[in-house]
Structures are given as C-alpha cells and as structure tokens.
Design a protein around this ligand. Structure first.
Ligand code: SF4
Length: 512
C-alpha cells in the first residue's frame, strides 16, 4: 500500500480564544477516537500528524500543513470550522473525512463539504479508505460500521498523541480513557441512548493504568464512558488490581442510580475525585436518579440528600440539568433548581438547553415532525448558546426570563461563597470560584440576557425564534463571522445554513 501523509485534527473548540478557562480546560476535552484513528493509520504504515486544536494554536501552521488524507473529529458547534478546514485542504488536493458527533448527527449536510463522512468507525473502514482514497465530489460518501468496535487502542498505543495533548494543559492534565460505549438507559434526548451498552476489555484497563503509573508521577484519568460504572464491580476490580489506592485520580460521568453509598466508599478509596451526575429534570427521568416516581419538591429533597452524601466521599461534584424539557411547565422547575442549589450548596450546577442535534436522538424525529426545530447555525448548537427547540410549555420571553434569573442566582457572589465554604478541599473550592466567574458561566449569563433583550427589541430575532422567518438575525450572523476569524473566508458557500429537518426527510425518503 502507498505510504500516505495523514493529518488527524481533533477540534475541541470552534474558534481561537484567549480565555483563562479555555486555557485550563480545552486540552482536557480531547476526544479518544481521533487518537485511535491516528494509531490505526500509523499501524497501517502511514505518516501521521495529529493536532488537537484547543483555540490557542496557529491554525495555518498546524492544521493546514500539506496532507493526502485529512481526518477531522468535531462536535456540531465546531462544524463551520471543520467545513472551512476541509475546504482549504480539498483546494490543495487532499481527501477529507469527517467523524465524531457532528458526522453522526448531520451526515447529509457534512457530505456537502467532505469526501467521506464516518458514522461508527472501525479499523477496516480506515484501512480501506487509505488504500484507495478516491475523491467523492460534489457529494461525499457516508460510511458506517455495523456497530461500535469491540476494542480500541488503549493509552499505551495512543500515548504519543495523549502526551502531545496534555502538554497543552498548564495545570490539570487529564488522560482520556474509555471503559465502555453506549448506555443501558434510554433518555430520549441523548445520543448514547440508542447505542447498545458494551464494556471494553478489563485487561486492557489494567495494563493501561499500570502503563500510566510508569509514565506520570500522579496521573489523572478522565473516563469518557457516557455512564461510568454500569458494571461497577468489574471496573473497580480492574482499577484495584492495577492501582495502589491514591496513586491515580479519576474523573467520571455517572448516573445517580449507580452512586450508592457502598459504591461511593469504594470510589473514594480508589481515588475518584470528580463525579458528574446527570439530574436533568425534577419531573422526569426518575429511574436514572433513583428517585422512582417522586417528582417536584420531593425529588429535589431526595436528590439534594444524595448529592450531599456524594460530597462526603468525592471532593468535586458537578450536577447536570436540561432546561426546557416537555415535562417542565411554569416557574416551578426553575424555582426547584434554586432550592436544590441551596440544599446542596457544594455541587457546581451546569445547565443545558434542550437541543435537537440532527439525528442524534429518537426524540428529534418527533420534534422535527412537529415543526419545533429552529434553523440555528451549527456554531450555536452547544446546548447553551442557543436552544434550537421551541419549548412546549413556555413562550420564549418567559423562558429566557426564568433562565437568566436562575443563572444569576446560581452564579451569584453569595452562591459562589457558599460553594467555597461547602467544599472541603482546596482545588475544588477554587475550581468552583474560577468556573463561577469565568467566561464559561458569566459569559453565558450575559449572552442569555442579551438574547432576552433582543427578543423584545430586535424584530428579526423575534421572527426567527417564532418561526415567522428563517433569515438568520444579524446578531447571530455577525457572531459566527467574528468567531471564525481568518477561517470565515474559507467557509464554503452555503456552509452557514443546513436543512434542520433532514432527519425527518431522510426517514420519509431513506435514500435522501
Ligand atoms: S443515562 Fe446519561 S448517557 Fe445514558 S442515555 Fe441517559 S443521558 Fe445518555
């Protein structure tokens, strides 16, 4: 096989930045699959250049070096950046391939700008492509493996790419690891809800952890499992076999139903320092919160007790919520969240706005059928900058009033102070302060407040939100242009707009 120059780009962000929080954290958002693809390409005998773009690199120097084949991994919010990079590489003769969440959510759109768009990806697909990387234009080819791979290169094989990425993180250096794919729960808004749960090899976990101990003085591992600990005893057994207590710190996302007190005792003993449980809603999803049929104030009380118990064992807890779900109505969900923040003051709350990412989740088909999906450009689809689903039980102004009021409450100085006091150890105390005042949080609050004002003062914003016009308001168009910077001119014609009902259309006509 001919030896090819392969570039693998992992976009952890969509734009250049100088923000402190991005400096601290973006390199820790690196995905595993781009590193896996880089390993597979090297093992097939190709020259590989891997770049994790964190917003601080010089794009022209790093990402646009000559290549025969370019793989880009991107979340939807980085789609325009990915399209622009792909366009520049194609002009120079490269074949481009898109993978990652955007490729799975919006494959039809991505085929307009990439030669290949990968869904589930395995080694055979990558090797076949590199054997004969024929251009596919004007419309790219969608390829997907029948299922997720049964195994992936571990940390040891990915090490040189891991090392290059964590070198960009000045303080906290998280090594990404994966113990399982998919999730046994079926939260209708989640991309993992339709991927069958599948553990990866426990022997590989053991050998990767031992390898890490030989490479770093005190490693920190971020588990990328959608829901860590479904086979709790197997995972903790593997960790206990390989890691003396306290030698590695672990970060994981896990549902409350898996975080019983005996489990927490074992997690604490084995160095788990950060847990991110999803609470999502006070009126739905009681199974994953282990609150059964309790809703409203009773669920708040039970979950707050549970979170306070977790904080006795795990130093840092982030609680995740989804706002605007169809089960929510009136002021109560927002007021209950404030009450929860008062009852569990040590946890750091993060809010996602209900969003429909293309064909990511089954719920999206219903939302598109009901005409409730708005054509916001991809750039704003990060579950925070824009809510692209018309809420069922709220008028827009009322929704944004409640959202801004909640965020101002939660990220206010008194609440930041209470969080500081309620946490026991130094790093979580200051981490919460930095996050509370960072552009990540306060920037979002002021953005939401601005949108609220525009809903009143800017007719084009009002019409767009109320589905009276699909013309993108100048406020949003200017922001994309500003954020893309030098890449704006490379964004292909038509790249700003997409068919927001493509999922529905493809179901009606499967060849679409
Ligand atoms: S529990 Fe978490 S990962 Fe699993 S389907 Fe629900 S939201 Fe997704």
């Amino acid at each position: 096989m001919r030896r090819r120059r392969v570039m693998v780009v992992d976009l952890t962000t969509e734009r250049p930045t100088r923000a402190l929080y991005a400096r601290l954290m973006n390199a820790n958002l690196a995905s595993i699959m781009p590193q896996v693809i880089a390993v597979w390409c090297e093992q097939a005998g190709h020259d590989v250049r891997y770049v994790c773009y964190t917003g601080f690199e010089d794009l022209a120097n790093e990402v646009l070096e000559p290549a025969d084949v370019v793989f880009i991994g991107a979340f939807t919010q980085a789609a325009h950046t990915a399209y622009a990079i792909s366009s520049l590489h194609r002009q120079r003769g490269a074949i481009t391939v898109l993978g990652g969440p955007h490729a799975r959510c919006y494959p039809q759109d991505a085929t307009r700008y990439f030669d290949y768009v990968f869904g589930f990806t395995d080694r055979t697909m990558v090797e076949d492509l590199l054997r004969d990387p024929a251009p596919q234009r004007p419309v790219g080819l969608r390829l997907t493996a029948p299922r997720q791979p049964e195994s992936l290169p571990g940390v040891q094989e990915r090490w040189k790419f891991v090392e290059a990425t964590i070198a960009k993180a000045p303080v906290l250096k998280l090594v990404p690891m994966l113990g399982s794919m998919g999730c046994p729960y079926t939260c209708s808004f989640c991309i993992d809800s339709t991927v069958p749960y599948q553990p990866l090899g426990f022997d590989q976990i053991r050998s990767d952890l031992r390898f890490l101990l030989s490479k770093m003085r005190h490693p920190r591992v971020g588990w990328h499992d959608p829901n860590f600990g479904v086979r709790f005893d197997d995972y903790l057994g593997a960790i206990e076999d390989a890691v003396p207590p306290g030698r590695i710190d672990f970060f994981a996302e896990s549902s409350l139903s898996l975080l019983s007190e005996p489990h927490l005792q074992r997690l604490a003993k084995n160095g788990f320092k950060v847990i991110l449980p999803g609470i999502e809603s006070w009126f739905a999803l009681g199974n994953k919160a282990k609150t059964g049929r309790d809703v409203g104030a009773e669920k708040v009380r039970r979950v707050a007790d549970h979170i306070n118990m977790i904080l006795r064992y795990i130093p840092y807890v982030q609680t995740n919520f989804v706002l605007g779900l169809d089960t929510d109505e009136g002021a109560e969900p927002f007021e209950l969240t404030k009450r929860f923040v008062d009852m569990a003051p040590g946890a750091f709350p993060v809010f996602s706005l209900l969003s429909a990412f293309g064909r990511a989740a089954p719920l999206n088909l219903d939302l598109q059928r009901d005409g409730r999906v708005l054509p916001f450009p991809f750039h704003f689809l990060d579950a925070s900058q824009a809510m692209n689903v018309v809420p069922k039980n709220y008028a827009w102004r009322g929704f944004y009033d409640k959202l801004v009021d909640l965020e101002r409450y939660v990220y206010s100085v008194p609440r930041i102070a209470r969080r500081f006091i309620a946490n026991r150890t130094t790093i979580p105390k200051w981490m919460n302060v930095v996050r509370g005042i960072s552009s990540e949080r306060l920037g979002r609050v002021s953005h939401h407040a601005r949108v609220r004002r525009l809903l009143e003062s800017d007719r084009s914003v009002h019409r767009f939100f109320h589905r009276e016009s699909s013309v993108l308001p100048g406020f949003y168009a200017n922001r994309v242009k500003r954020d893309l910077g030098t890449l704006w001119d490379a964004l292909p014609v038509g790249g700003m707009v997409h068919d927001h009902n493509a999922y529905l259309r493809s179901e009606a006509s499967p060849v679409a």
